[in-house]
Design a protein around this ligand. Structure first.
Ligand code: ZN
Length: 314
């Protein structure tokens, strides 16, 4: 009894396991203290909790890693896209710069042809910062991922501004060139009649009285009734008979220039009439103080006769 009590008292602290085989055989019985079981179970529970915690943290980490990898590949893709885009933009900006340069070249050719200075057009039209866009784009392509489209827009705005400037200056240029062309057309620089230069501008021995005198124009001799044309566009300010000059036409060309055609047999224009360069204005003759059919062609600048040879195109 004492022994049983001891056992039952002990059963509170110990567990007995019995393994009973189906067939006849010896029953295996073993006893372990209760605390081993509880601590084993606690240990297992702890292990399970630990595994769950660590695996979930691993899962979290790997999912984080996935997100990072995805972000990196997305950034790489974006970087690639941006690099290509920048290459295209660079190419385009170089093209535009080349076009602007060729426009400037064209402008210089036009200015040269009409005898205008190109320096006054340089301000608005030249590239202030050549290859500005390219260098800025290159700077950006060295930093990864974090682009601002604003910069590209700024570049495009800059190019747009350049082109607008170019257009405005071209419009001004066109206006100036038209004026210059009018001026050139007005300038009395066309030989007014075919023929032989019988007497040039300057001091000469007079064919009339053999005395040294100043010849205020050039004489072109040809047969009577040879066409005399306007040396430049302008307005007829005189058409009539004028003493020694005989029958005479005067054309005013503006900018202080006028031209005189004298000794005509017939005048074909009237005062106030607009004439174009090359238009027939009179017929050659020998009226006034003259020894034979010729045109006395005189060019005056601000009223003073100048040598027409300095102006004539041919
Ligand atoms: Zn003369």
């Amino acid at each position: 009894m004492q022994n049983f009590k001891h056992v039952s008292k002990n059963t509170k602290k110990k567990l007995t396991f019995m393994i009973i085989p189906n067939s006849t055989g010896k029953v295996i019985e073993f006893t372990i203290p209760h605390w081993i079981l509880t601590s084993s179970l606690s240990l297992i529970a702890l292990l399970v909790v630990g595994m769950v915690v660590s695996s979930s943290s691993l899962y979290y980490k790997s999912s984080q890693l996935n997100i990072v990898q995805e972000t990196v590949s997305a950034l790489k893709e974006e970087n690639q896209y941006k690099t290509e885009e920048i290459a295209i933009l660079n190419h385009r900006s170089i093209e535009i710069e080349e076009q602007l340069a060729s426009l400037n070249e064209l402008r210089d050719q036009v200015l040269d042809k009409v005898g205008l200075e190109s320096s006054q057009y340089l301000k608005g039209m030249e590239l202030k910062e050549p290859f500005f866009i390219v260098s800025r784009s290159n700077q950006r392509s060295s930093s990864i991922g974090n682009y601002e489209d604003q910069n590209e827009e700024e570049d495009m705005d800059y190019l747009k501004l350049l082109i607008e400037n170019q257009k405005a200056t071209m419009d001004q240029l066109l206006e100036d060139v038209e004026q210059q062309l009018q001026h050139l057309e007005a300038l009395p620089n066309l030989t007014p009649a075919p023929g032989r230069i019988s007497s040039p501008f300057g001091y000469r021995i007079s064919p009339i009285n053999n005395r040294r005198e100043f010849h205020s124009g050039m004489d072109i001799a040809n047969s009577t009734n040879t066409d005399i044309v306007a040396a430049g566009s302008g307005v007829v300010t005189y058409s009539g008979y004028n003493g020694g000059y005989g029958r005479m036409v005067v054309i005013s060309h503006g900018d202080g220039y006028s031209s005189v055609y004298a000794h005509n047999t017939r005048n074909l224009v009237e005062v106030g009439q607009r004439v174009k360069e090359g238009e027939v204005i009179a017929k050659m003759g020998s009226t006034g103080r003259s020894t034979g059919p010729h045109v006395h062609f005189e060019v005056r600048l601000n009223g003073e006769p100048i040598d027409p040879m300095g102006l004539l195109k041919d």
